[in-house]
Ligand binder design. Structure first.
Ligand code: TXA
Ligand code: MG
Length: 317
């Protein structure tokens, strides 16, 4: 692909108008959401969507999440049944992606859905994301704004490190509040948790009054976020570390003596999620061969944190 100059735009009226113009013209703009930075393109433009895969150096055409400003726009793209409507009403705007059957007249590029009959849609809450979506006025396909297989970006500097020179612009809207990708729920069949993320699965189960099927129950895994090695730092990872060994840096949680970074000394999982990717980015630039990580409880956002940590620790392809 041709390498280009990447502009940094402010999250002000000029920056937002420029971002919307670049997306309308088929360009690529990284922008903040409350989960992680997304790499956005016009979801109806085949060429623009293809450039997302090229810029990220993604090996396969995985389906992308479509971002829209509100539920009304979402319903022009996907078919919302009772379950999807209840989830949208309870959790949008916010860190939840809902997979629904695609509308025949959606106008989406087939590359966005990888030719599936379903589409993942999200209404983000971040005000900068909202303003860009309003200014552009159409659906924006946006995976996380990192090179394929690397750690997701939670600030503009992370995006510039990975994608500088490969995309048209980065809108700098500060640090992402949630810090983990959205939770993905499938509603085309029995409601299923396709990816744990920034919205605790328990909140979804309480809202729906049922247990979500989890990936293990699903007949075919459909979310490539499941690629075993994903979100990988360069260093090795050692999980559930109760002490720091020679040659390690320690990513702590709770009471963790000697931690180089502590995700939350008080054991707050929300704070830990927000800090996770930034901490991995930082520790990955140290000289230590291994990043050891304290045990994280498997509840609430801890499920999503552990999911990302297990992928970071998995053997590399
Ligand atoms: O928080 C997020 O979700 C961020 C921000 C930018 O919105 N985006 C993000 O996108 O994490 P990405 O491309 O890195 O992850 C998209 C995930 C993939 O694992 C993909 O398989 C799944 O969403 N997905 C998208 N459409 C799907 C569909 N129709 N069925 C099942 N999974 C789908
Ligand atoms: Mg990603």
């Amino acid at each position: 692909m041709t390498f280009r100059k990447t502009q940094t735009l402010g999250a002000d009226a000029v920056g937002i108008a420029t971002a919307a113009r670049i997306i309308s013209a088929g360009g690529l703009v990284a922008f903040p959401t409350e989960t992680v930075y997304g790499l956005g393109a016009d979801a109806r433009n085949d060429q623009a969507v293809a450039r997302i895969f090229a810029a990220k150096a993604r090996p396969q055409f995985n389906p992308l999440i479509v971002h829209v400003a509100d539920l009304a726009s979402a319903r022009t793209i996907g078919h919302f049944g009772d379950v999807a409507l209840r989830l949208a009403g309870a959790f949008w705007p916010g860190p939840l992606t809902i997979v629904v059957p695609i509308q025949p007249e959606s106008g989406l590029s087939k590359l966005v859905t990888s030719g599936l009959s379903t589409v993942g849609i999200r209404v983000p809450e971040n005000p900068v994301a909202q303003q860009i979506l309003h200014a552009f006025g159409g659906p924006v396909a946006a995976p996380s704004a990192n090179l394929s297989g690397q750690i997701s970006p939670t600030c503009a500097a992370h995006v510039a490190q990975g994608l500088g020179g490969r995309i048209d612009a980065i809108v700098d809207g500060g640090t992402c509040d949630v810090g983990l990708e959205s939770t993905i729920v499938g509603t085309a069949g029995d409601p299923a948790l396709l990816r744990p993320g920034g919205l605790p699965a328990e909140a979804i189960e309480t809202c729906l009054g049922l247990h979500l099927l989890s990936l293990g129950d699903a007949p075919t895994p459909t979310s490539p976020g499941q690629l075993a090695s994903h979100y990988a730092p360069h260093s090795k990872m050692r999980l559930n570390a109760v002490e720091k060994r020679a040659g390690e840096v320690l990513l702590g949680f709770g009471d963790a003596p000697g931690a180089d970074i502590n995700l939350s000394e008080t054991g707050d999982l929300v704070a830990a999620a927000a800090a996770l990717f930034s901490a991995l980015h930082k520790l990955d630039t140290s000289d230590a061969a291994t990043i050891a990580v304290s045990p994280i409880p498997e509840i609430g956002l801890g499920r999503a944190i552990n999911d990302r940590l297990r992928r970071a620790a998995a053997p590399r392809p």
